[in-house]
Design a protein around this ligand. Sequence first.
Ligand SMILES: Nc1ncnc2c1ncn2[C@@H]1O[C@H](COP(=O)(O)OP(=O)(O)OP(=O)(O)O)[C@@H](O)[C@H]1O
Ligand SMILES: [Mg+2]
Length: 344
Amino acid sequence: METTVQNKKMESGEQEARLLTVRDLTVSFSTDDGTFKAADKISFHIEKGENVGLVGESGCGKSVTALSIPRLIPSPPGNIDSGDIWFDGKDIMSMTSEQLRDIRGRAISMIFQEPLSALSPLHRIGRQMTETLLLHQDMSKKEAWQFSEQWLGKVGIPDAADRMFAYPFQLSGGMQQRIMIAMALMLEPNLIIADEPTTALDVTTQAQVFELIKAMKKKHTSMLLITHDMGVVWEMCERILVMYASNIVEFGSREDIFSNPKHPYTIGLLNAIPKLMGGRRQLKDIPGQVPSPFDYPKGCHFEKRCAFSMEKCMTEKPPFYECGNGHQAACFLLENGSGSMPLI
Ligand SMILES: Nc1ncnc2c1ncn2[C@@H]1O[C@H](COP(=O)(O)OP(=O)(O)OP(=O)(O)O)[C@@H](O)[C@H]1O
Ligand SMILES: [Mg+2]
């Protein structure tokens, strides 16, 4: 027991430069068909002011990882089995519900794909924004109302004074998303978790929303951005985490991930970005499918789809290999310090 406490103290000292450290996070779900791990020994960190992208195919555990940070995994059916989550020097795993409530919204705010999951359909926009402010800030009702109205203006909502009296359903999807961004940013959180914030919107509105997040976000605010769009990750993030079937398989600076990818899965993801060649869109899908979480292989989870699979990949879990400058990938091909991998 003592060792654990000492480790925790040591880690707490480590936190000063970092806003968030997640270590060995494992999350499982219990269903009628049995229990499976949706996130398995996930470790990563986010520096103060840093924008980190989390990418990977559908179902690989991105949202589960993100929801675990403010301990929002629905339980049951979900459970954080193990792991440490340190946020701004504080141990999230040992926080009381009251401490968690305080940190959610004020210090960590979330922007979801579906604005109506964050906005109540029953209450007017002005009331919802004002209540959020009153919960976390020392303001009078009048001040909170005026502040909310100013923020509607800032995120580009026309006729802000009138819109304060609107119900969410009276607004377009793009406007609802802008309001959710205003609510997420107006409390000046330390960390914004944006989980596919624009997937439900048309392409033009998507671009506007990202511009807005970029413009409104304070320099010291960090962001974890989950998206399927590698172009958006390139535009918005300095560092990238690549996740596959409940594991992080590679992470590094955006330049290293895009121009010097090491894990065959990352290479596959990059090859799947549409490229214009001879005037035609070329796209190379990764062959095969993500395995069912009940059926993840014993060794490397990507083994069945990997063109470079070796015998030990089936039985042993590859550790992370350092590729320089904090760039790491979990692939046995790097075991002997092999250089650049061929692009498949
Ligand atoms: N509430 C839940 N109950 C049961 N299983 C869940 C629940 N939430 C997530 N899962 C399962 O956990 C796994 C990881 O899901 P997660 O939502 O994190 O994927 P994702 O990477 O965010 O995918 P997408 O890109 O489609 O959003 C999936 O197999 C999913 O079905
Ligand atoms: Mg998701």
